[in-house]
Each structure stands twice: as C-alpha cells, then as structure tokens.
Design a protein. Structure first.
Length: 402
C-alpha cells in the first residue's frame, strides 16, 4: 500500500502527463528500433540517449531510486505512474536497458557503497551504457558452464574467451560479466565469479552481428589478455553464480527495483483490428470472417489478462499463495504473445506478408513483418521459452525436475 494520498498521486499524474505531452519527441526521419536489441546506428543511439537523459533530468526515470544515486527517493507507485504516462504519449524506449533494469538494481541490492557511488547515477543519466556478458558461443543457455577465464595477476584480472549476443556491446562502457576464476573447482558453479568490467581496455573487441531484419544491435565480444582492475570483482571470488541468479531475477521480472520506463515497443493488440479491416479474404475485409473475429477477440482477452496480472502482482494480499508465480510467468507469456500476435497479423495479409520495410506494397511500411522477426529475440534472451517453462514447473507448480 502507498503512503501517498490519492490527491498526491492524482497531481503527480497530471504533472507527468503534461510533461510527456510537451516533451515527447515526434518520430524522426529515420527508423527507430522497436526494442533495445535493435539499436544499430549512431543516429538511433544518440537520439535515444538524449531522450533517456531528458526523462531522467525531469525526474521520471529512477523516481524510486535513492536520491544519493541520482533518483528521486519516491515510492514505486510514482514511477509506475510516470511510466504509464510515457507509454500513453508513445515515448521512445529507454536506451540503457541492461543498466536500468539489470545492473543498476543489482548494484543497489548487492553492491558496495563505492560501487553504488561510482556507477548508479551515470546509469540513469545514460552517460554510461551497460551490456551483459553471460551467453557464450559454445555453451548456449548452459550458463553454469561458462568458460571465459579470469585469472588473477597482482592488482588485475586477465580475461580470455568470448561472449555472444552482447546487446549494445559496441556502445557499452561497462559489462556485467560472469567468468570462470577456478577451472578446478569440484562444483562448476563455485568456480564462477562476477565482474563489473570496463569495456574500454586493450584486448576487448566487439564484432556486430547482423540479424534477419538486416538490423544490428547484438555483438560478439572477444577478450584477449584483457586486463581489468582487481576491484571490478563484485562480491567475493566464487560467488558469481549467486550474483548471476539474482541478476536473472531482475532480467525476468521476478524481482522489482528497475528504474522504470520501458525498453520494448509492444504493438497494441487493438491495432490489429485496423489491419483486419484493410486486409482481404475472398474479396471481403478479413474482419468479416467469423473465424478471424474469434481469433482477434482471443488476442484482446489475453492482452487484457496480461495487464490485469501485472497489476495484481503489485498487490501482496492477492499473491500470498504463490508470490513469485505472476512475475515468473510474465516473461514467458508476454514474449510468446507478441510473437503470435505479429504472426497472426502476417497471416491476414496473405501474399502481401512477403513485403518488407521500405517496399512500396508493404502494409504500414512492414511494421508487422519487422515486429515478427524481432519478436524471436525476446523468446530467447533472459532464458528461452523452454527454460522459462521449466522454471515455472519447478518453482511455481512444484513439479519434479525429471
């Protein structure tokens, strides 16, 4: 429950609404990314960095983070209101996704006072961009088998190996990095340590990865005798797995404390009705087909249920039986929902579904096509949908591992 009065919340909403109405930028003359995983040009990067900085300066990002580290020190409900108004006014996404949603909350939660002072404010302001070094080319989703080596040499750690799917790695100043510090540990998890690693040191190279859409955003990061200061180690040596699991709780939405805003532009399920009126089925608008109408209503129902579940998760008395069930479910449900929504939009377009962004016959400049191809990254990042189902089965439904 909030300690703020209803009038205080109402006034704050009015102020936020007025600010976003006045300051939300119009669409630029270049294509903006749908998610933080598609930031592939300097033009996009600079536009979104300026936007995040402006929102933070106005007090509408990090509103619930401590004032000592660049926040406003308000209750979470105020940030929720600001984010709601940002979405209502179709504001661009926040750029520094790993920072405001993963690294920042983690440092506030488990970091030292020196780490909080050094990193957190510059995460909010977008002065320092963060990336994530978890996945590796040879290990896929087997995070516990990470093999990138970190060897202590005096006052430094020497890093060798590579990480992949490093979102915004080519723009990042820091990386949250899981590395193997003891290859001989009897328990492989005990051999891992967690680092807040700088990216601008000799021996660290990022190589952009081109996606199906033709866009960039991901990189592969190579470490060749890269030396980072000893104080980049977070926690104690051998605690990497513990800290990585806490990080994944933030990434999967199972733990609160994120700075606010949003990092993915999701299509409104209601927008598909406009497409259904324009698309043709047997010479008639697709929306006149009763089977299509039935599917459209199902999408609206599911979208509404996700919204209500998100609100319910904030009300403790309604989640006491299974406190983590809704947060653990949300990542799986939302990522699969938007993939299916985009896929259905393509199916309604018939042969026009083959036209892509920039082609003259593409519907709405291929927004559904682009959304469909980009949707797959969300079903993989933060744990694949298959892994998410395992987590729900084991930790929510109490099913056995076998």
């Amino acid at each position: 429950m909030s300690n703020a009065s209803e009038q205080e919340l109402k006034d704050y909403r009015a102020e936020a609404a007025a600010w976003f109405k006045e300051n939300t930028p119009t669409a630029p003359d270049f294509m903006l990314p749908l998610t933080f995983m598609e930031v592939g040009t300097d033009q996009q990067f600079n536009f979104l960095r300026d936007w995040q900085h402006k929102v933070w300066e106005a007090g509408y990002l990090g509103a619930a983070w401590p004032t000592a580290y660049g926040g406003q020190g308000l209750e979470q409900v105020f940030q929720n209101i600001a984010t709601d108004e940002m979405r209502k006014h179709n504001g661009p996404i926040m750029l520094n996704a790993i920072g405001i949603n993963w690294a920042g909350p983690l440092i506030l939660d488990m970091g030292s006072d020196e780490e909080k002072e050094r990193y957190v404010k510059r995460i909010l302001s977008a002065e320092d961009i963060w990336c994530q070094g978890f996945s590796e080319p040879e290990n896929g989703s087997d995070l516990g088998n990470a093999q990138l080596k970190a060897e202590r040499d005096g006052d430094e750690w020497v890093l060798n190996g590579s990480k992949i799917w490093t979102t915004q790695g080519n723009y990042a100043k820091y990386m949250i990095l899981l590395a193997r510090t003891n290859p001989n540990a009897e328990n492989k998890y005990k051999g891992l340590s967690f680092f807040l690693s700088p990216m601008d040191v000799p021996g660290i190279e990022t190589v952009p990865i081109k996606k199906l859409t033709g866009e960039f955003g991901f990189t592969q990061t190579f470490f060749t005798d890269a030396r980072i200061p000893a104080d980049c180690l977070m926690g104690e040596e051998g605690q990497g797995w513990l800290i990585a699991m806490r990080t994944l709780e933030y990434e999967r939405g199972a733990r609160g404390g994120q700075a606010g805003g949003y990092i993915v532009t999701m299509p409104d399920a209601a927008e598909i009705f406009g497409l259904a009126k324009e698309a043709q089925r047997g010479g008639k608008p697709a929306i006149e087909d009763p089977l299509i109408r039935d599917e459209l209503i199902k999408f609206l129902i599911e979208a509404r249920s996700m919204d209500l579940c998100h609100k319910r998760a904030r009300i403790n008395p309604l989640t006491q039986d299974k406190p983590m069930s809704l947060p653990l479910m949300s990542k799986l449900v939302s990522s699969e929902f938007y993939r299916e929504l985009n896929q259905f939009a393509l199916s309604m377009q018939g042969t026009k579904a083959a036209y892509y962004v920039g082609e003259p016959d593409a519907h709405n400049d291929g927004v559904w096509q682009r959304g469909y191809l980009n949707a797959f990254s969300a079903t993989i990042g933060g744990g694949t949908s298959q892994i998410q189902r395992n987590i729900i089965g084991e930790h929510v439904l109490d099913l056995p591992k076998s």
